[in-house]
Ligand binder design. Structure first.
Ligand SMILES: *Cc1c(COP(=O)(O)O)cnc(C)c1O
Length: 394
């Protein structure tokens, strides 16, 4: 089956619910057992494998888990109450006191904060590495390394990582590779075909697609699943059924939304590349981008989140504010992946320790991150054009 069919059908069993197309929204803590024998039998089932208690999932959660799992391509998916929990819980599951973990220097800021805070406090040594390291990751692996964290492309700086090369080296010594796959969504990068053990999605972004909920997912290979499942059970982490239902509405159209995001994103990226005020556009799907060859090799498509660097003479905070404060269509806010366009100033060097940024010859100057939504592209370009006018005059 192709992705569009999986997105629309996976996790649905209408005939089990009187023909109703969508699974019911089950609000549940207690699950009643008809007999003592049932009770004993159900209690011996691995948590998450059957409806036994609200925390361990219901038909509602299982339906969305199935849909995400079928698109990501792993063995099992478990839902999390936010994308950040989907990042932190696998680290807790696979790293123990005394271990060493390798985290890409391009990792999502709050993932970094968790590694520097709670993970370090628990006696796990955190080391950041150059996202462009590829197979040379082997030089950083130690006997006590348990996890290599990858995020490709990074959600501020968009370096594309050589995931197959990193996985090949990590697997030689049984190290788990966990990937934050949020940028590509499960449609445009297939983590398990490239060797990843655990794939993380901020469902908040393109899967939900409507900027009205926070959720995450963790998808594992069969080999990696039990350890993760135990961490999920022991921490009691679970999402709300109403949010799961909303996210399920999102995933049913992701294969229609994503190509539109991609096309509009590329149009805006090309337009920005020709602007006098812009030094560089950072978008892996643009030929000439440092990550372009790897992106072409491994990715099926591109989402519409990217960045651009202003020339130094157009970079003052006053000039940027003149542009950003009066945008008509582009909103200024965190998160992304919804139907609406966003534009924010970002400061990537602040989040670096293992590498310097800008690197790869990238120009220095103000950096803006853009998310291109589902509006008409002509209208978006007019909004940007007016913004650049204000920036020039400021
Ligand atoms: C947003 C985001 C997350 C976290 O998702 P939340 O639901 O906001 O907690 C994780 N990784 C990446 C790359 C993100 O952009």
């Amino acid at each position: 089956m192709q992705d569009g069919t999986k997105a629309t059908h996976a996790g649905r069993r209408p005939m089990d619910y009187d023909g109703v197309v969508n699974p019911p929204v089950m609000h549940a803590s207690t699950i009643l057992y008809p007999t003592v024998e049932h009770m004993h039998r159900e209690r011996s089932i691995r948590a998450g494998d059957a409806v036994t208690y609200g925390v361990h999932g219901t038909e509602t959660t299982f339906a969305l888990e199935k849909a995400i799992q079928s698109l990501e391509g792993g063995y099992r998916t478990r839902l999390q109450p936010s994308g950040l929990v989907a990042c932190t819980l696998p680290l807790l599951a696979y790293a123990s006191a005394g271990d060493h973990v390798l985290i890409t220097d391009s990792a999502y800021g709050p993932t970094r904060a968790f590694c520097n805070g709670m993970l370090s406090r628990m006696g796990i040594e955190v080391e950041y590495y150059d996202p462009c390291i590829g197979g040379d990751i082997k030089n950083l692996l130690r006997p006590n390394t348990s996890v290599v964290w990858v995020e490709s492309p990074g959600s501020w700086t968009f370096e594309v990582q050589d995931i197959p090369a990193i996985c090949a080296e990590a697997h030689k010594t049984g190290v788990k590779v966990i990937m934050d796959n949020t940028w590509a969504s499960p449609l445009y990068f297939k983590p398990f075909q490239h060797g990843v053990d655990v794939s993380v999605q901020a469902v908040t972004k393109y899967i939900s697609g409507h900027s009205d909920l926070v959720m995450g997912s963790v998808t594992c290979t069969e080999e990696a699943y039990d350890t993760f499942q135990q961490a999920q059970t022991q921490t009691g982490i679970c999402p709300s059924p109403d949010d799961v239902y909303l996210a399920m509405r999102g995933i049913r159209t992701i294969h229609v939304r994503l190509p539109h995001h991609m096309q509009s994103g590329l149009q805006v990226a090309e337009w920005l590349s020709n602007r006098e005020e812009v030094a560089e556009v950072i978008h892996p799907a643009l030929p000439g981008d440092p990550g372009h060859e790897l992106w072409k090799r491994d990715f099926i498509g591109a989402s519409s989140l990217f960045a651009f660097i202003l020339k130094p003479e157009y970079s003052s905070p006053e000039k940027q504010a003149a542009m950003l404060n009066h945008m008509q269509l582009f909103g200024m806010g965190f998160s992304w992946g919804g139907f609406e366009s966003l534009l924010i100033p970002i400061d990537p060097p602040k989040l670096r320790t293992a590498t310097r940024w800008p690197n790869n010859g990238r120009a220095a100057g103000g950096v803006m991150r853009i998310h291109v939504g589902l509006e008409d592209v002509g209208d978006l370009l007019n909004d940007l054009e007016d913004g650049f006018e204000r920036l020039r005059k400021a």
